[in-house]
Design a protein around this ligand. Structure first.
Ligand SMILES: [Zn+2]
Length: 446
């Protein structure tokens, strides 16, 4: 069994429990991957003690949308200033040259960046499988980094010759897609409490697969008891496409094909209207809000305030690094707060609410009530932020200031195991991975 860890004397423990308690001077005891005790001066003579003096302790952040493979294609010339569809068409030919090693190394780097920014659990959306790549490549990376992982088996089936956006070389036959979904679920999905891997089914978007595949994917996911994920209502082009091709708005399309419910979450949803927000609230359909990506691609400001007020489950996503440039989840929390204030005024969202969306909110979207808060019996996924440095100097309220800095955690545990310690990734050799990604990127450029 893993050793006990005692996180001792935190300036504040932000629990995100049902009462949203914030405890000053408190300790947190971890045992067997679970939070065993929270309180003042906990007696645990056999535990490894980690001093949290001058630190804020929060639940680990939860990332509900990513494309880890894109980490090797940041700031590609030609895609830097394009809207979504033009951006995709610039990048598809580069991604078509990826293979298993690119997928693995890209995921390693992306996962490490997430971990440093406070993330303990992430989903991923991999929807292209060139040159023998498999979802298993990213699952291996998550295992090596030590993050809790919800990979989704994405897919594209409508290529250029059928009027779709991606080149034909990147699309798959729909029968093969469904068969591989079954394979990866059977090989990797763990429905149990404390699961480190849960697989989802995730056709890329309504504009890259057929109506039949959307419907079949929903039937398959429900048969297997796994979740469904896709992109929805990302920008105006997306809405126009839906109206033209399907004769309805994206919310209606999703509902008609079985894509609503507590086992479904959609990325972006920037353009949901009032009726669609009501539909999502009524059905408990989740949203992965990706504010930096929405800004980067000029997509717009998602109606997060209205979604939250209506009762829609909302979590955060960094989205792929190629449409964000960064992969910082705490950065997304800050951007979430700022964008709602741009849209609606300074009282539209507090820092604490943004932090709640980033932690507890994301866990709810991913169907993980065993994670996302610091409560006895929940999984020990914990971020520790050193607020004794320059970013927090002058602070009267270190919890409210947390979104502004520090930008990296000092320590991070997943299932009670250290992933970051003293501001360094300790679970695998990150420096080696950085050297390797440089070589791979250079090869892609020639
Ligand atoms: Zn995305």
């Amino acid at each position: 069994m893993d050793r006990e860890i005692l996180i001792k004397g935190a300036l504040a423990v932000v629990t995100m429990d049902d009462d949203r308690r914030e405890l000053s001077g408190a300790d947190v005891l971890i045992r067997g991957g679970v939070i065993a005790e929270i309180g003042l001066a906990i007696h645990a003579p056999n535990a490894d003690v980690v001093s949290a003096a001058g630190c804020v302790v929060t639940p680990g952040l939860v990332n509900t949308h990513h494309h880890l493979y894109q980490t090797l294609t940041r700031a590609v010339p030609g895609g830097q200033d394009a809207l979504l569809f033009g951006w995709l068409q610039t990048l598809y030919p580069i991604w078509a040259r990826f293979g298993p090693e690119e997928m693995y190394v890209s995921a390693l780097i992306g996962l490490a960046e997430l971990a440093l920014s406070g993330c303990t659990m992430t989903s991923d959306h991999l929807y292209l499988y060139p040159n023998g790549s498999r979802l298993d490549d990213t699952i291996a990376a998550a295992h090596d980094v030590g993050l809790r992982f919800h990979p989704t088996r994405g897919a594209m089936s409508i290529g250029e010759s059928d009027g779709g956006l991606p080149p034909d070389s990147l699309v798959e036959r729909e029968a093969d897609i469904l068969e591989d979904c079954i394979r990866v679920i059977d090989a990797h999905h763990d429905a149990g409490e404390g699961a480190m891997v849960r697989v989802g089914v995730a056709p890329c978007s309504p504009f890259s697969v057929s109506r039949d595949l959307m419907r079949d994917a929903a039937v398959l996911a429900r048969d297997k008891g796994v979740m469904l994920h896709t992109h929805l209502a990302e920008n105006d082009e997306d809405i126009a496409y839906s109206l033209e091709k399907f004769g309805c708005r994206p919310g209606q399309y999703a509902e008609d094909l079985g894509w609503t419910g507590p086992d479904v979450w959609h990325a972006h949803c920037v353009k949901l209207d009032g009726q669609e927000i009501d539909l999502f609230a009524r059905t408990k359909t989740g949203v992965a809000h990706c504010p930096c990506s929405n800004c980067r691609l000029g997509s717009g400001i998602a109606p997060v305030r209205a979604m939250r007020d209506a009762g829609v489950p909302v979590g955060l996503g960094v989205d792929g690094s190629a449409s964000n440039d960064a992969g910082s989840l705490i950065g997304e929390a800050r951007q979430t707060m700022l964008l709602q204030r741009v849209a609606l005024g300074a009282d539209a969202m507090s820092a604490r609410e943004a932090l709640e969306i980033a932690t507890r909110g994301g866990a709810e979207v991913l169907g993980r009530n065993d994670c996302g808060q610091i409560s006895v019996g929940k999984r020990a996924d914990i971020a520790l932020w050193d607020v004794s440095g320059i970013e927090a100097a002058g602070s009267w309220d270190p919890v409210a200031l947390l979104l502004a800095g520090p930008t990296w955690v000092r320590d991070l545990w997943v299932e009670g195991r250290p992933v970051v310690a003293n501001s360094r990734v300790v679970s695998f050799d990150l420096n080696r991975a950085i050297v390797r990604q440089g070589q791979l990127v250079q090869a892609l450029q020639t």
